[in-house]
Design a protein around this ligand. Structure first.
Ligand SMILES: CC(C)(COP(=O)(O)OP(=O)(O)OC[C@H]1O[C@@H](n2cnc3c(N)ncnc32)[C@H](O)[C@@H]1OP(=O)(O)O)[C@@H](O)C(=O)NCCC(=O)NCCS
Length: 171
């Protein structure tokens, strides 16, 4: 493992800003680009949203960010993963390592983990790198949802992938 995961803190705001600004070109087609978005994201952390930063162990840089959003407990215990990787770490396999750690944390029982049973990833069909990521993590293709999310000024179709804890081999 070349990476570790941790929750973001307010002192990460500047490093997060630089990482997003370095990465605009590959983020912009697929996700909102919010270099100054960390403080607001920290304010929104709670039962329904947990964010993890993926940290490169060698230099402490931010490899990427993963939101576990729309968390619903009770009989569902479900969350939706959304993620971005940042220059210069993108395409080096570190994001895949980090997301494996996030999935593992999600499926680990409380209080160490989030105690979830099922995770979803929704990806625009043309987002080849993210579709590859969902498959690399072992997520199953579950279906196609027309006009699912509002991104870049339009309702975008998404392919839906999912994984339950029974299918997760662990890290
Ligand atoms: C989707 C996204 C998060 C993928 O991140 P990434 O940085 O490419 O992730 P990784 O580096 O872990 O991906 C592995 C790639 O690195 C390559 N790689 C290089 N060295 C590697 C190593 N030592 N181990 C594993 N893979 C390695 C793999 O071959 C793979 O390339 P491939 O996809 O061409 O096969 C990133 O492209 C991104 O942020 N996109 C924009 C935002 C976005 O689309 N978010 C998701 C919305 S649903």
């Amino acid at each position: 493992m070349r990476v570790s995961i941790r929750e973001p803190r307010s002192s990460d705001a500047e490093a997060h800003r630089s990482a997003v600004l370095r990465s605009v070109e590959h983020l912009a087609p697929w996700n909102p680009v919010e270099p100054d978005g960390l403080p607001e994201l920290l304010r929104r952390q709670g039962e329904g949203l947990r964010t993890f930063l993926i940290i490169n162990d060698e230099d402490g840089g931010i490899v990427g960010k993963c939101n576990v959003a729309n968390i619903v407990m009770a009989r569902f215990r479900n969350g939706a993963l959304g993620y971005d990787s940042y220059v210069p770490y993108n395409g080096t396999g570190r994001m895949s390592e980090g997301l494996r750690l996030v999935v593992d944390r999600c499926f680990t029982a409380e209080p160490r983990g989030l105690g979830l049973h099922r995770l979803e990833i929704s990806v625009q069909p043309d987002n080849v790198r993210s579709v590859a990521m969902a498959k690399r993590l072992g997520f199953r293709h579950e279906g196609f949802s027309p006009r699912m999310l509002y991104i870049n000024d339009a309702w975008r179709d998404h392919e839906r992938f999912a994984l339950t804890v029974e299918e997760w081999p662990g890290v």
